[in-house]
Design a protein around this ligand. Structure first.
Ligand code: NAD
Ligand code: ZN
Length: 345
């Protein structure tokens, strides 16, 4: 079969790779019908994630049809339509029993990381019973690809950890797919204001159509003053960091109101400052989280009932044979206006 293979920093190829086979009785093999590319895949390609071995098929998002199941898999059978979670979970270890699937001692983020991923014709899913979700009849498959990673990430790490509540003010720093996912799911709770901050005017424009009440281009370095002015000097109750660089974490510290919460979502590769000399008396909370995908079944219901429309995040579509072109388009998002690209056989 064909798969998108990581060949070391800066190198990737669409290659013939062996078809995956059942290795443990808890495995399932899924035939991919839709997958996508994530910012994390670009991090891997830059060489930022050394735990990914050259030769690994990338991808941790997708939807497909079950091709085969191991002997211990009872809830799924050949032919079932399933959503693949970016986090695989054994369901039995201490962390899984606490709902912290991201820290599962037997799996976690393994797809397209330490195991072959979803950017291929087939993928082996470990612990299939607790890592796949059945797709109800008649649901739009493309929309559901957004539920493998970005929607639960924006919701769990940003909205839930940030404690977004009715009438509160929220700022989201970073209007990429994850920040926009936080924007969409924050609206479950009817906050009074959602201020979106980014450097890219196109993404800010998209954010307005997705429900942002105000947008701020932080390119001039004055975003903190603007947010203060927009909030009567108080700052925001919830500051969601969805970029992953030191300056945006500091911006969140500059705009959080007394008693507020900074919910970090971004993956940070460099040391970032924490200004306790300013914040020690500010009664704030700072949270961090790796997405657990524990809210995926709930999010699935909101898509089914049309309370949430994640399909809005899809800007481009490609065939699997054109995967390199899909990467190129996604990589040059500022020029192509790409948010999420859908890749299908
Ligand atoms: P992305 O790169 O597509 O989006 C980041 C956005 O930040 C872009 O729109 C960019 O224009 C903007 N930006 C860059 N520098 C900025 C600055 N100085 N000020 C304001 N905006 C700036 O990334 P994404 O896919 O949306 O992911 C966002 C972050 O979430 C990444 O760090 C990603 O690795 C992380 N992430 C975390 C988890 C988790 O479990 N915690 C899961 C998935 C992704
Ligand atoms: Zn991801």
């Amino acid at each position: 079969m064909k798969g998108l293979v990581y060949r070391g920093p800066g190198l990737k190829a669409l290659e013939d790779v062996p078809n995956p086979r059942i290795e443990a009785p808890t495995d399932a093999i899924v035939r991919i019908t839709s997958t996508t590319i994530c910012g994390s895949d670009l991090h891997i390609l830059k060489g930022d994630v050394p735990t990914v071995q050259p030769g690994t098929v990338l991808g941790h998002e997708g939807v497909g049809i079950i091709e085969e199941v191991g002997d211990a898999v009872q809830s799924f059978k050949k032919g079932d339509h399933v959503l693949i979670s970016c986090i695989s979970a054994c369901g039995k270890c201490d962390f899984c029993r606490r709902g912290m699937y991201s820290h599962c001692v037997n799996a976690g983020w393994v797809l397209g990381h330490t195991l072959h991923g979803t950017q291929a014709e087939f993928v082996r899913i470990p612990f299939a019973e607790t890592s796949l979700h059945r797709i109800p009849e008649g649901m739009d498959e493309e929309a559901l690809v957004m539920l493998s990673d970005i929607l639960p990430t924006g919701f769990e790490c940003g909205v839930l950890n940030g404690k977004v509540s009715p009438g509160c003010t929220v700022a989201i720093v970073g209007a990429g797919p994850v920040g926009l996912a936080a924007l969409l799911t924050a609206q479950f709770y009817s906050p009074a204001e959602i201020i979106m901050i980014d450097l890219d005017d196109n993404r800010l424009e998209v954010a307005r159509t997705f429900g942002a009440t105000k947008t701020v281009n932080s390119g001039d370095g004055r975003a903190a003053d603007v947010v203060k002015a927009l909030t009567g000097g108080a700052g925001v109750d919830v500051a969601i960091e969805a970029v992953g660089i030191p300056t945006t974490f500091v911006l969140c510290q500059d705009i959080v109101a007394a008693g507020g919460t900074i919910a970090n979502v971004g993956v940070h590769g460099a040391k970032a400052d924490l200004h306790l000399e300013k914040l020690w008396a500010h009664n704030i909370t700072i949270t961090t989280r790796l997405v657990d995908t524990v809210t995926t079944p709930m999010l699935l219901k909101t898509v089914q009932s049309r309370k949430l429309d994640p399909k809005k995040l899809i800007t481009h579509r490609f065939k699997m044979k054109d995967m390199l072109e899909a990467y190129d388009t996604f990589q040059r998002a500022a020029a192509t206006n790409a948010l999420k690209v859908i890749i299908q056989p």
